[in-house]
Design a binder for this molecule. Structure first.
Ligand SMILES: [Zn+2]
Length: 364
C-alpha cells in the first residue's frame, strides 16, 4: 500500500497525519536551532497534502518516503546528540590519547618531550600527577603527537613580532635614573638609542628601553577536510524544496554531487555517534569531534563504520549513494556545534594552529 492510498482511508488518517508530520518536521527542522513556528510547519503540511491530492507527486518518491517513514518509526533511533554531548564533551577532548607506561628515568619533562606535548597537557590528562610523583610502571595518558605527525596534513608557519618598550623623558631624568628604573644599564641604553655618552636628554623625547624580536612557530592545518571528491550542487541556507517547488526549506548542509560508490572520508578525527538510516537522510553517519563539533554524512550507499568507532581524519567511512530524500547521487554534508547548524563551506575554510615554539631575541 502506498502512502497516497493509505492517507485517504479515513481510519488511517490519524496515523498518516503523524507520519507526514514527522517527515515534514524532520526534513525541515531536524535539530535545527532556527526551528519554525508550529503554524509554519502546519502550513507546509497543508501544502504538501494539497500536492498529494492534486496527484502531483511522483509515485516512486512517495514510495521511498513511505519506506523512510516506516523505517523511522521502527527504529526511532534519532540520537539525542545534545544530551550525549553534554555528558561526554569533557572526556572526549582528545581522540589521539593513548596510555603510556612509565619507565625508569622518566620525568614529566622527558615524557612531554617524547610525545611533543607540554607538561600542562600531561597534568590535564592525569590530574593525579599534580599532587603525587611518577612511579615506574605507572599507566598514564598521553597525546601521541609524534604518531599524528607521521601521516599528518600539518604545515609549519613562522610569525615574527617586534616588541619595543620605550619611555618619554621627564624633567630631572638622567640616563642612569632611567636605567635604574627599568632594571637595565646605561651602556645598554646608549647602544640601543645610538647615543653618545655625554648626550643631553631632552624632555618629552622617546628613549628606547628594550627591543625584542619574537619568533613563533606554529603547526597549521585545515580543521576539517572536504569529505568527498565532488562538486557543490546546493549550498547552506534557504532553498526551494527540490521536489515541491512551492516550498522552501532551510538546507542544513552542503551537497556534493559525486558518482555512486565514491569514497566518503571523515572530515576530522572523531567518534561515530550514529550510523544507520534516518528519515530524509537515508543511510547516514554522525561523527562527534573535539570541541563539540559534529559532522553529518547523508544519502550514503554504504556505511563502513558503526557507533563507537574512532575514526581518523581522512579515513574512508562510506560510499556516496542516493538513499533517503535525494534527487541524485550526492553527499549531504553538515557541520554542527552542539545543537546548532553551521555553514559547512565556511567551516571547511577553518584552520587550526598549535604553537610549537616561541623564541624571544633581544635586539641591540
Ligand atoms: Zn543536502
Amino acid at each position: 500500500m502506498n502512502l497516497k492510498s493509505f492517507f485517504f482511508q479515513p481510519k488511517q488518517r490519524y496515523n498518516n497525519f503523524w507520519a507526514i508530520l514527522f517527515y515534514t518536521f524532520f526534513f525541515t527542522n531536524l535539530l535545527n536551532s532556527q526551528s519554525k513556528e508550529i503554524d509554519e510547519i502546519d502550513l507546509e503540511i497543508k501544502k504538501y497534502l494539497y500536492k498529494i491530492q492534486e496527484n502531483d507527486v511522483d509515485e516512486k518518491k512517495l514510495k521511498e518516503l513511505e519506506i523512510e517513514i516506516e523505517n523511522y518509526k521502527k527504529s526511532n533511533s534519532f540520537p539525542d546528540v545534545k544530551q550525549e554531548l553534554d555528558q561526554n564533551l569533557f572526556e572526549f577532548s582528545n581522540v589521539n590519547t593513548k596510555t603510556y607506561v612509565v619507565k625508569p628515568n622518566d620525568t614529566l619533562f622527558s615524557i612531554s618531550k617524547q610525545f611533543k606535548m607540554n607538561v600542562n597537557q600531561i597534568f590535564d590528562l592525569n590530574p593525579e600527577l599534580k599532587t603525587k610523583p611518577l612511579y615506574i610502571g605507572q599507566v598514564i595518558k598521553v597525546i601521541d603527537n609524534v604518531q599524528e605527525d607521521k601521516n599528518s596534513d600539518w604545515r609549519i608557519e613562522t610569525k615574527e613580532i617586534f616588541e619595543e618598550k620605550s619611555y618619554i623623558v621627564a624633567k630631572g631624568d638622567t640616563l642612569s635614573s632611567i636605567a635604574k628604573k627599568f632594571n637595565t644599564t646605561v651602556e645598554e641604553l646608549l647602544k640601543i638609542n645610538k647615543l653618545k655618552r655625554n648626550s643631553i636628554l631632552k624632555i618629552n623625547t622617546k628613549i628606547i628601553i628594550s627591543r625584542y624580536k619574537i619568533v613563533k612557530e606554529f603547526k597549521v592545518r585545515k580543521f576539517f577536510i572536504k569529505p568527498v571528491d565532488g562538486y557543490i550542487t546546493s549550498t547552506f541556507g534557504y532553498r526551494k524544496n527540490p521536489f515541491i517547488d512551492t516550498l522552501s526549506n532551510f538546507h542544513n548542509g552542503v551537497d556534493f554531487a559525486a558518482p555512486i560508490g565514491t569514497p566518503i572520508v571523515a572530515a576530522k578525527e572523531g567518534i561515530v555517534i550514529f550510523s544507520g538510516r534516518m528519515v530524509g537522510y537515508g543511510n547516514c553517519i554522525f561523527i562527534r569531534h573535539p570541541q563539540g563539533y559534529i559532522t553529518v554524512y547523508g544519502h550514503n550507499k554504504v556505511n563502513y563504520v558503526k557507533v563507537g568507532d574512532i575514526v581518523e581524519k581522512g579515513q574512508k567511512i562510506g560510499e556516496v549513494g542516493r538513499t533517503g530524500y535525494a534527487t541524485g547521487p550526492h553527499l549531504h554534508f553538515e557541520v554542527r556545534k552542539l545543537d546548532r547548524v553551521l555553514n559547512p563551506l565556511v567551516a571547511l575554510q577553518w584552520e587550526e594552529r598549535v604553537e610549537i615554539s616561541n623564541k624571544r631575541i633581544a635586539l641591540k
